[in-house]
Design a protein around this ligand. Structure first.
Ligand code: PMP
Length: 439
C-alpha cells in the first residue's frame, strides 16, 4: 500500500525512477515520451546535467537563509536577469514556490497597492470563465474552472467571471478575428462599469489559456484593448503566465506577442523546469514604490520565498533557455508540431480545432465537427485518451473544460523545447492511436 496522499489512490501509478531528455522511465524500464512536460513544466527535458550541477553547487555553498534576515546571490542574480528580459515597466520580483503562490501573491499585492494609494474602496477582482489560476483559496476563486471549484463554493471570494476570448466557440461566423477580439475585450469594460470602476482593483487572465482549455490563444488585438480598458479605469492588469510563460509560446514571455505589458506578471512551472519548485511575481515600479513609500513592506510571505537552491535552479534554467537558443527552438519546433498535428488531425471527424503557439498546443475534440457539438461528458473522452496514451508510452494532458456547457474535451501538448523531429512523429503517432482507442 502506498502512503502517499491522495491523488493516485485509485490509479495505482507506476513508479518513476529516471528521466532522460524527452523521456521518463518507470521502475519496470518502460519509457514514456513526455508530450506535455508534465503540465507544461519540463521545458528543458529531463536529466539536464548543467541544471543539476548548479543546484548541487548552491546546496554545497548555502542551502537556506531566511528572507526575514537575508537576501541571497542566486535570488538577486535571477531577479536581475528576469527584469532585464521582462516586459516594459516590470521592475521588481517576488519569488515563491509555485504557480498558486504567485497568483495568490498577485491578488494580495493588487489589494495592498490600492489601500496604500488611499483607494481602499478598490477590492474587486475580475477574471474569466475559462481560466485556471491555482488551487489556494484566492487563486481558486479567480479561476473559472467549475469542476475544480465545485466543492468549495462557500469558501471562495466573490470574483466576477467574464467570457473568455475563445474564437473557436465564441466568434460569430460573420465576424473577423479582429472584430471578435474587440468584442471579447468589451466584456471587461461592461463588467467594470457594472461593478462601478472605483471599486475594481484588477483583471487577471492567462495570455494563452492552458489547463482549462488546451492552449487557447487570444484573438488579434484582444489584449491591446484589454490594456487600454484597464488604463482608462485605473484597474491593474495581472497576467498569469504560470503555464504559457518562460519561452513556452516561442517568446520568453507570452504577452510579448500581444504587444502588452501587465502591471503584475506571474510565472512558475518552466522557471524551475521541474528541477526545483520555484515561481515568481513581477510587478511594476509604481506598485513597488507605492508600497515601499507607505508601510514599507508587502504584507505577505512564506518560509521558502526566495529559497537559494530554488532560485539557483531558476537562474540556471533561464540562462540555459537564453544561452542555448531554446526560446527560438520552442517557436520553430512548435511550428513543426503544429504542421504535423494539422496533417494528422486536420480532417479528423472528431477534431474540431487545433491551436496554440510555440510548444504550447491544443486539440479540441467534438462528437460532430460541423455543429461543434462536444462529446457527452459521461463518455469521459479526455480521461480515456490520457489512459490509452499512457499505455502506449505517451504523456499528454487531456482535460474536460467547459464554459457554460459549450465546450468539451481537449488535449494539451507541451513537450520539452529540445524535442527532435522524430520524437514529434512519435508523439503524433501515439496520440492518433490514443484518440482512436478512446472514441
Ligand atoms: N496558473 C496557471 C495558468 C496554471 O496553469 C497553474 C497550474 N496548472 C497554476 C496557476 C497553479 O500553479 P501550481 O500548480 O504550481 O500551484
Amino acid at each position: 500500500m502506498s502512503h502517499v496522499f491522495p491523488r493516485h489512490s485509485k490509479l495505482n501509478p507506476p513508479v518513476a525512477v529516471g528521466g532522460e531528455g524527452c523521456y521518463l522511465i518507470d521502475s519496470t524500464g518502460k519509457r514514456y515520451l513526455d508530450g506535455s512536460g508534465g503540465a507544461a513544466v519540463s521545458c528543458l527535458g529531463h536529466g539536464d546535467r548543467e541544471i543539476a550541477e548548479a543546484i548541487k553547487a548552491q546546496i554545497d555553498k548555502l542551502a537556506f537563509a531566511h528572507t526575514g534576515f537575508f537576501t541571497s546571490e542566486p535570488a538577486e542574480a535571477l531577479a536581475d536577469l528576469l527584469i532585464e528580459h521582462a516586459p516594459e515597466g516590470l521592475d521588481r520580483v517576488y519569488f515563491v514556490s509555485g504557480g498558486s503562490e504567485a497568483t495568490e501573491a498577485a491578488i494580495k499585492l493588487a489589494r495592498q497597492y490600492f489601500v496604500e494609494k488611499g483607494a481602499p474602496e478598490r477590492g474587486k477582482l475580475i477574471a474569466r470563465k475559462q481560466s485556471y489560476h491555482g488551487n489556494t483559496i484566492g487563486a481558486l476563486s479567480a479561476g473559472g474552472n467549475a469542476w475544480r471549484r465545485a466543492q468549495f463554493g462557500p469558501l471562495l471570494l466573490d470574483v466576477s467571471h467574464i467570457d473568455p476570448c475563445y474564437e473557436y466557440r465564441l466568434r460569430r461566423e460573420d465576424e473577423s478575428a479582429e472584430a471578435y477580439g474587440l468584442r471579447a475585450a468589451q466584456a471587461l469594460e461592461d463588467e467594470i462599469l457594472r461593478l462601478g470602476a472605483e471599486t475594481v482593483m484588477a483583471f487577471i487572465a492567462e495570455p494563452v489559456v492552458g489547463a482549462t482549455a488546451g492552449a487557447v490563444p487570444p484573438a488579434p488585438g484582444y489584449f491591446k484593448r484589454i490594456r487600454e480598458i484597464c488604463d482608462k479605469y485605473g484597474v491593474l492588469l495581472i497576467l498569469d503566465e504560470v503555464m504559457c510563460g518562460m519561452g513556452r509560446t516561442g517568446t520568453l514571455f507570452a504577452c510579448e506577442q500581444d504587444g502588452v505589458a501587465p502591471d503584475i506578471l506571474c510565472i512558475a512551472k518552466g522557471l524551475g523546469a521541474g528541477y526545483q519548485p520555484v515561481g515568481a511575481m513581477l510587478c511594476s515600479g509604481e506598485i513597488y514604490d507605492t508600497i515601499a513609500n507607505g508601510t514599507g513592506f508587502f504584507q505577505h510571505g512564506h518560509t521558502y520565498i526566495g529559497h537559494p537552491v530554488a532560485t539557483a535552479a531558476g537562474l540556471a534554467v533561464v540562462r540555459a533557455l537564453l544561452d542555448r537558443g531554446l526560446v527560438g527552438r520552442a517557436a520553430t519546433q512548435g511550428e513543426k508540431l503544429m504542421a504535423k498535428l494539422t496533417e494528422r488531425f486536420g480532417q479528423h471527424p472528431h477534431v474540431g480545432d487545433i491551436r496554440g503557439r510555440g510548444m504550447f498546443r491544443g486539440i479540441e475534440l467534438v462528437s460532430d465537427r460541423d455543429s461543434k457539438t462536444p462529446f457527452d461528458p459521461s463518455k469521459g473522452v479526455a480521461g480515456k485518451i490520457k489512459k490509452a496514451a499512457f499505455e502506449a508510452g505517451l504523456i499528454c494532458y487531456p482535460m474536460s473544460g467547459t464554459i457554460d456547457g459549450k465546450s468539451g474535451d481537449h488535449v494539451l501538448l507541451a513537450p520539452p523545447f529540445i524535442i527532435e523531429d522524430d520524437q514529434l512523429d512519435e508523439l503524433t503517432d501515439k496520440l492518433a492511436l490514443a484518440i482512436s482507442a478512446a472514441i
